[in-house]
Ligand binder design. Structure first.
Ligand SMILES: Nc1ncnc2c1ncn2[C@@H]1O[C@H](COP(=O)(O)OP(=O)(O)OP(=O)(O)O)[C@@H](O)[C@H]1O
Ligand SMILES: [Mg+2]
Length: 319
């Protein structure tokens, strides 16, 4: 069966499957049915992807917020059934070209995976995603039957991306490190997640998260609040934003948080893996801090989704 990995990030949702990888900004807007057209001298921009669900019509992804009423605060900790989340999921599947039958591997934020509510959250996410999805987009009706849902934490994706190949087989040259402690740093849009793992298991003591992600850097660059977070984020992804004025401050904040969480403990790690879009910006500072232990994958933004896919492949092979 087709295997699809889904990493629902606060800034962008990522999909990884046999056909490749795909990412789309986590933007959703309700289609209010109004259009400004034919204004002299103004070219109407190409509309964003529109998804029609039984609950209504939504714009999703790039440009969505320019076309409808934005839905703010998509709460991924409870990826359990709002119409907006349904629209985002269907939009991502449309753009990634996924229809028919699929088995899904989903990564949740560390926060959603810890504490007494975690088992309930995992059950709810599974119940939400499993089953038959019917929606229409780009002019035709689509159908996706999600037969199976595997839920794990997002840092597990980064971990297995490092240790497994595309078939879900252990990479021989990294096998030796698997039994050692590994540190994982995910610098996402919203959160900075830290985790330690040994033999694929989470080490709780060294695990924690804080909203010190790239949004903090963007806030430092936006003191007067002239731009929305989504606008600045889009400019950053297009490499049109000069982050240099705020980079040193944010770097100190991030390193300070890691210091408080890990202290000297990081010296025990055989390897420290840094993923998320923030790893592109902080890579050099982290490499200097962690003296030869740092590993940043070739594509740190997609790494989590790719690792979830590899984990799914391993499960499929083991039957
Ligand atoms: N190619 C890039 N160059 C520079 N910055 C980038 C690039 N890609 C992404 N980013 C920035 O990195 C940030 C984090 O991206 P990422 O996709 O890892 O976050 P996320 O997974 O959506 O968030 P979270 O993990 O907190 O839910 C984004 O806000 C984006 O601005
Ligand atoms: Mg992320």
């Amino acid at each position: 069966m087709k295997l699809v990995a889904f990493d629902p990030g606060y800034g962008a949702v990522k999909v990884f499957h046999e056909g490749g990888s795909f990412q789309m900004p986590s933007a959703v807007a309700v289609d209010g049915g109004r259009r400004v057209t034919g204004m002299l001298g103004l070219r109407a921009r190409r509309p964003p992807l529109e998804v029609a669900l039984p609950e209504g019509r939504f714009f999703v992804g790039e440009g969505a917020h320019d076309w409808g009423r934005p839905v703010e605060s998509l709460d991924f900790e409870r990826l359990t059934g709002s119409p907006e989340m349904r629209a985002l999921f269907c939009g991502a599947m449309t753009r990634a070209g996924i229809e028919g039958e699929a088995e899904l591997v989903v990564g949740l934020p560390v926060e959603a995976m810890s504490g007494p509510e975690a088992p309930g959250t995992i059950q709810a996410v599974k119940a939400f995603l499993r089953g038959v999805w019917i929606w229409s987009a780009e002019g035709h009706e689509r159908r996706l039957e999600v037969r199976e849902v595997l839920v794990t934490g997002q840092p597990a994706g980064a971990l297995f991306d490092y240790f497994l190949d595309m078939d879900g087989q252990p990479l021989p040259e990294r096998r030796g490190e698997f039994a050692s402690e590994i540190g994982i740093i995910n610098i996402g849009m919203n959160t900075l997640d830290l985790m330690a793992a040994r033999k694929g298991e989470l080490v709780q003591r060294l695990t924690g998260g804080e909203t010190l992600g790239v949004r903090r850097l963007l806030a430092l660059l936006n003191p007067d609040g002239l731009y929305t977070l989504a606008e600045l984020d889009a400019r950053l992804r297009r490499k049109e934003l000069d982050v240099r004025p705020a980079l040193p401050i944010w770097t100190r904040e991030v390193l300070g948080f890691i210091e408080r969480q890990w202290g000297r403990g990081w010296r025990r790690f055989a390897r420290i893996i840094a993923v998320g879009g923030g790893a592109l910006l902080l890579g050099p500072a982290l490499a200097e801090r962690f003296e030869g232990k740092l590993f940043v994958p070739d594509d740190p933004v997609i790494s989590t989704a790719r690792g979830l896919y590899k984990l799914g492949r391993q499960r499929q092979r083991r039957g």
